[in-house]
Design a protein around this ligand. Sequence first.
Ligand code: 3BY
Ligand code: FES
Ligand code: FE
Length: 408
Amino acid sequence: MLKERIAGLLDQRLSGHSLPRDFYVDEQIFQADIEAVFETDWLFACSTVEIPRPGDYLTLRVGHNPIVVLRNREGEVVAFHNTCRHRGSQLCLKERGRANRLVCPYHQWVYELDGSLINARQMPDGFDTSGYSLTPVHVQVICGMVYICLADEPPSLERFRAGVTPYIAPHMPDRTKVAFTSTIVEEANWKLVIENNRECYHCAANHPELLVSMVEFALPDDPQAKTQFQGLMDRSTARWDSLGLPHKPADGGIEFRCIRLPFNENTVSFTTDGKPACNKLLGDFTEQDLGSVRMFRVPHNWNHFLSDHIIHFRVLPISANRTELRTTWLVHEDAVEGVDYDVEHLTAVWLATNSEDGMLAENNHRGILSRAYRPGPYAPSEFMLTHFTDWYAGKMGDYVGTPRTAVA
Ligand code: 3BY
Ligand code: FES
Ligand code: FE
């Protein structure tokens, strides 16, 4: 029944338009989103530098699935379903922590950092612990970013890895540390949070802090860029070419996007005054103004890589009308707070922008609840929303068994 209803909504959908209402507001379709998208695709979990030492862990929830990502004794990043093999209690309760072994809070079954059960007290002699290891989750690390996949057979990430590595590797994310994290909950469907992120049509009227430094165009050949920013683009790309830093849009199709774009004249970082956010530059950089590498991948993540800091954004759906946004700011591992950077100065622009975007997504969600809502046409500058919704329709088509062809 649900699958038939989704198939019917997909038939109604017009590419290049916002989605039929139920995709944004219906709880059953939300559950289908979790199964069709979040339980099948690679998801951004965290940065490796959030769990630098063996035993460091971080937890997150993918739909109803509690997950723990941790660093094992060999220093590798691994992930497990965060549910005990005795009677299923959640194992790690904190958002972040450190453990020598994972001890279930309920009856104290003890697991090694490789997920194997090593102690199950009061169980009968001869109880075979080997059949009760934690259930693993697939992990891939790409340029310091930990991706997890709950599917039995994960899709390939190789095109993504190859596409983004030349842009990100020079920023040397392994040599960073966490300066700040923020988590907010927005009363809006996760797809509205993503759609909001994938266009800057709304920026001029809503993001005074961001527009101090950010250019509003999304592509070097944007007509707006041509008329207003040609000089800036030419100077920036010539400098990046001389430094060997890639900047042209990577060929990510509708799966991912990676591009380096300049900051406005006389600004070098995402700060309220456009001045550097951190005096210690990342990697081997000697130039402060490198613009920002903007990278995102479906379904739920976007990132900025600057000369002086990195920002990761992770969106996790909670219910049809609630979405968590977690933001992580990374600076050079040797940067000293209060000397090289000030947390307020580093985070002010994106804390404000996230809050503004949260309100926009919430307004959007409430408006879509109206019986008068009809899917509306995306503007040319909203082309990434066409990509996103075509991609989403493709995933849902696969899920309901009537595949849609999406442009790759
Ligand atoms: O760069 C971002 O994170 C996106 C692109 C434009 C709107 N949003 C701020
Ligand atoms: Fe974990 Fe009982 S549920 S030890
Ligand atoms: Fe925005």
